[in-house]
Design a protein around this ligand. Structure first.
Ligand code: PGA
Length: 254
């Protein structure tokens, strides 16, 4: 599943509120991307909308926002990787900071990554520190996240994992948020690449690393050109078809 194409992933989170609005948004985006080349386009949407969205466009890759690592059985309220795969889901976010905030651990995320890979779903592993301290402790936070979430992943499957660096302090929903710069991203991407190379050797160079945190149509170019990433994970701006399409077009043009 090696893939070096650029990628734009929308994360709708718990939006929109009706299936009708979900269809409308997805349809607008799918019309706008019909001629886009060389960019993988993914929309991660709430579970309940996925079957409907799948019917709208083949050009957009369908993504989930989470999954449960169990195969089948007594897991009330959960959705498995194979259930997602059976309805055409090909990507899933794992370890988003909003899930970590409600108690998801690196160990749990590790199981989710393995579950996704076993079902041929590309896991988009989110890592990122909550704050930046002057003593640079945030590097060890990210190192622990990367290492613990990837325990037991084989060299042959590591290139199927996407890593999204999402500094929580830069997310659009963080109170008193700050803008991260392409240099913040670049520095962390180099750091993550070193961790991956130590652990997985040459295979790790094929891992796509992307940036997320209030990405918009104005700053996306900087992140792609100077941030060391091959794509972006977009939250808020992915709920506005026009803005999301502008982001995709920017990425295509670079
Ligand atoms: P944001 O969200 O673009 O709204 O900051 C990104 C994310 O949380 O994945």
């Amino acid at each position: 599943m090696k893939n070096s194409a650029k990628i734009v992933i929308g994360n709708w989170k718990m939006n929109p509120q009706t299936e009708k609005d979900a269809e409308k948004l997805y349809t607008l985006v799918s019309k706008g991307v019909s001629k886009i080349k060389g960019v993988d386009i993914v929309i991660c949407a709430p579970f309940i909308y996925l079957p409907k969205l799948r019917k709208i466009s083949k050009k957009i890759n369908l993504g989930a926002e989470d999954l449960y690592p169990g195969d089948v059985g007594a897991f009330t309220g959960e959705i498995s990787a194979s259930m997602l795969s059976n309805i055409g889901v090909v990507y899933t976010i794992v370890g988003h900071s909003e899930r970590r905030a409600v108690g998801e651990t690196n160990e749990m995320i590790n199981k989710k990554i393995k579950g996704a890979l076993a079902a041929d779903i590309v896991p988009v592993l989110c890592v990122g520190e909550t704050v930046r301290d002057e003593s640079h402790g945030y590097f060890s936070v990210v190192k622990a996240q990367v290492e613990e979430c990837l325990v037991g992943i084989s060299r042959s499957s590591i290139s199927s994992v996407i890593i999204a660096y999402e500094p929580v302090w830069a997310l659009s929903t963080t109170a008193e948020r700050k803008d991260a710069t392409p240099m913040d991203s670049r520095e962390m991407v180099i750091f993550i690449r070193k961790i991956l190379a130590d652990k997985f050797g040459a295979e790790a160079s094929a891992v796509r690393i992307i940036y997320g945190g209030s990405v918009n149509e104005r700053d996306v170019e900087g992140f792609i050109r100077d941030g060391g990433v091959s794509g972006v994970l977009v939250g808020k701006a992915s709920l506005d078809a026009k803005k999301f399409l502008q982001i995709i077009t920017e990425v295509e043009s670079i």
